[in-house]
Design a binder for this molecule. Structure first.
Ligand code: MRU
Length: 346
């Protein structure tokens, strides 16, 4: 891959600005946790695993800048840093997973001096980023055998290198199949309203010379019916214990259409996207974003002023529509309840 989504460099966090793609490839620098929180909220960085990495790096930046004479004061301020980062976006559980992991590491080292705790947090954030790249490759190698030679694969939103520390989850499966020499093609849903498919998925696949065809969301069903789609692979923002999966709005419709047309529907996600504390998808909090995303397109008004708008950013696909959930430890199908528990060793 010829771009970096996020990295820690010279004690700054560097992120490719995803609001500017595909037109401009610009890298922003963040020197404090407030900046990282704003970047997550403003979708400079987005995608569940990527915001988990960003939040962890935000915690490390925040810890570095805390002025405290005592451990008690340090940990109180660290809690505040974590709260600010946790309030950025509600649906992707990886965000909370990243923050909790950083908190756990800080507390496990609370017997050390503050300089050491800060250094340990920085090292932890960097290792979360590197780990995520390895996890995506493992997801790719478990998922690639599910994609047959010559297949056309539909994906929704962007679950690629841009949504992770690199390589991607759904696009990781696609990349691994492509690297294995399979002659595959991708259909990318444009993904209204934020256009992650058009702006990001098409961009990164073209950069890697993986054949991609862009369609608008309402075309997917028609291409399935005509037999032009062989399988669907998407990412996830939060997976409940029963396998119900929150992902970008529109995923549910794609899953139902795939079932109607007897097309396999795969979810690819790291184990950090599992939330086994939730029994079903009904409990997953769904982010509602600004009405402007619906009423405006490329800075132009496309709806009458004052119209009532709803804008949920995610939906939940019931587990019954999911053919398999592909993780870094292998894939689960059928009984998700016990399969997912077994994968995480619970
Ligand atoms: O609103 P976004 O762009 O953060 O939503 C991203 C998605 O829904 C992705 O499909 C999901 O996070 C998986 S990314 C590997």
């Amino acid at each position: 891959m010829s771009f970096r989504t996020i990295e820690w460099r010279d004690d700054k966090v560097i992120m490719i600005d995803q609001t500017r793609l595909p037109g401009e490839e610009i890298y922003n620098e963040y020197t404090d946790f407030q900046g990282v929180a704003e970047a997550i909220r403003g979708m400079i960085i987005r995608g569940a695993p990527a915001i988990g990495v960003a939040a962890a790096m935000g915690v490390a930046l925040g810890a570095r800048d805390i002025i405290a004479d005592t451990h008690e004061s340090f940990f109180r301020q660290l809690d505040n840093v974590c709260d600010v980062l946790a309030r950025t976006r509600p649906t992707a559980v990886n965000l909370f997973w990243g923050i909790e992991r950083m908190k756990r590491v800080a507390h496990a080292n609370s017997d050390k001096d503050l300089a050491s705790i800060r250094a340990i947090l920085k090292a932890e954030a960097i290792s979360i980023e590197q780990e995520d790249q390895r996890i995506c490759r493992a997801i790719g190698s478990h998922g690639a055998p599910l994609i047959r030679e010559g297949a056309t694969v539909l994906t929704h939103c962007n679950a690629g290198g841009l949504a992770t520390a690199g390589y991607g989850t759904a696009l990781g499966v696609i990349r691994a199949a492509h690297e294995a020499g399979k002659n595959i093609r991708v259909f990318a849903d444009e993904t209204r309203p934020w256009l992650q498919g058009a702006r990001l998925t098409a961009w990164e696949l073209m950069k890697d010379s993986i054949p991609v065809t862009l369609i608008s969301d309402n075309m997917a069903g028609w291409f399935m019916k005509k037999g032009e789609i062989d399988c669907v692979v998407v990412g996830a923002d939060r997976i409940a214990a029963n396998g119900d999966t929150a992902n970008k709005i529109g995923t549910y419709s794609v899953a139902v259409l795939a079932r109607e047309n007897r097309i396999p529907f795969y979810v690819a996600a790291p184990l950090s996207t599992l939330d086994l504390s939730l029994t079903s998808g009904d409990e997953i909090p769904i982010e509602e974003r600004h009405s402007h995303e619906i009423t405006h397109l490329a800075g132009r008004t496309i709806a009458p002023e004052g119209v009532t708008v709803r804008n949920p950013a995610f939906d939940v696909t019931p587990a019954k529509y999911i053919t398999a959930i592909i993780t870094e430890k292998g894939f689960v199908r059928g009984d998700y309840e016990s399969g997912l528990k077994a994968l995480v060793g619970q």
